[in-house]
Design a protein around this ligand. Sequence first.
Ligand code: ADP
Length: 570
Amino acid sequence: MTRKAQGQEPRPETAAGRVSSHHYRELLWQTLTRQLLLYFIPLLLLAAFFHVQYLRLIRDSQRAHLMAVAEQQARTLDLYLRERLVNLGNLADDPVFARSCRSPATLAAALPRLRQTNPAFVDLGVVDAEGRLVAYEGPVKFPGPVSYASEAWFHRIAAESRASVITDVYLGLRGQPHFTIAVKRDTDQGPTIVRSALSPDALLEYLTSLEGAHEVNALVVNAQGALQLIARPGDAPPAPSAVLPPRTPVRGVLDRPNGGDAWAYAWLRETPWALVVHPIPGTAGTQALLGRQNRILAFTVVFFLVMGIVIVVRARQIVRKQLAVERHEAELSGQLVHAARLASVGELAAGIAHEINNPLAIIAEEVGLLKDLMNPEFGTAVTPPDLAEHLGFIHEAVFRCRDITRKLLTFVRRTDIKIETHRVEKILDDVIGGMLGTELLLANVEIAKHYDTDERPIQTDRNQLVQVFVNLIKNALDAMPQGGTLTVQTRHRDSDVVIAIRDTGCGMTPDQLERVFMPFFTTKPPGKGTGLGLSVSASILKNFGGNIHVESTPGKGSQFTVELPYRIPE
Ligand code: ADP
């Protein structure tokens, strides 16, 4: 079973114990990204969504409004044309007029009356069943007899007994744009058609005076796509129109291919003309809409700007707080590491006491011997070389004691972290051969070292790494009270070195394995274990950018594997 160290590790400020500006920047970016993803981006998406919806709504309502204007104007135009037909029909139905309608005098009297009903009427004419213009009153001076027999409108009206017709706008014989309306009546002289030419300008004038006309450009198009009336100065009907609406549906909105404002159209009932409108840019309505859009845009920009500032300020606050927490944690971690080291020292003390006892015994023995040699009762003469030899032994023993206490102090002292390059194999040798040498000898443990021949130095703090190895090796020894084999192996990879410490001890149950890196978890009796060794080791290794994991089989042994990068990440 395998378990990897995680959780509880105190976050490093850095391995060197100082908060670098790089770390600050990294944290700030992380926090900013998180805040942006959490608040800014969703809001931005929401704003974009609503903006699109708003634009669509505006567009739809603009189209609906345009459609309403087109329909309204088409209806009014229909009414206008119907009224003109009624005017002409009433004249034709007048019995006095009907009796003498082929007389120029009757027409001369009737035209002013007709023009009184509407000034759009330009002239008045009477056409017989063969299409001949038999009487005429108006501004045009025809050079000779006029016949409409070949005109389409005449064929249409002649085919029905009582009918009326409205023609498209054309130039005709007079060379002036006009359109004709005609009504047919059966009189004593046979079928008679009363016709009048109307000025499209009057119709246009009427159209532009309608409600809402100032908001739109209106044009009237016939079924062939020729302009009948145009609101654009300079164009003369019947010029070809840029737009020809479909016959079905009879009203609708046409999208412009270049993406400009849409056209709305409505076909007239009285004659196959379509009224087409499109909004005039810069009118009060469109200006108000544009103004509102700009206000919304400005508000959105300001809102996101303020939000951006709030996010940055908040992120800086969060980062500052987090750094304070990290600093505090690092302090606690330092205290914990030191406490664990002291605990290990307590355990080491027994072995060290034994080591110190040996030189002390030698000193005591040598001092006793010297005393005896110098005692005149024994009658032996002490020669300087003898003295030097014994003093030499004492000197040697004293220095051994000093070495041992120095080693102990190095381990206990809360030294500053010193990141230097070291060889892991050398540190392992120092721990196995020096610090824990005696313990290993006494424990009846065979040591197998399998060091990688491709040794490469790593960046580390020697004292802390020693602490890790002491913890691991002491645990291994504790797991093998009857002796066994301790295997220490190193393997250098591309970016890190792997150190494996394996024992043939009691191993761990899955439950123990689960909690092995938790602080204060111990299976050892009070006074022997603190439960801090592995949690502190894991935290130290984490600070170096490394990690530790364990595999263990109950009754067979355990292996702790440490992975350390050659360089400590910033
Ligand atoms: P301590 O040694 O003070 O108990 P550690 O954190 O070093 O604290 O170890 C925690 C526990 O993990 C030990 O009490 C022991 O139960 C278990 N353990 C650690 N190393 C080994 C090992 N090599 N073999 C078996 N058990 C181990």
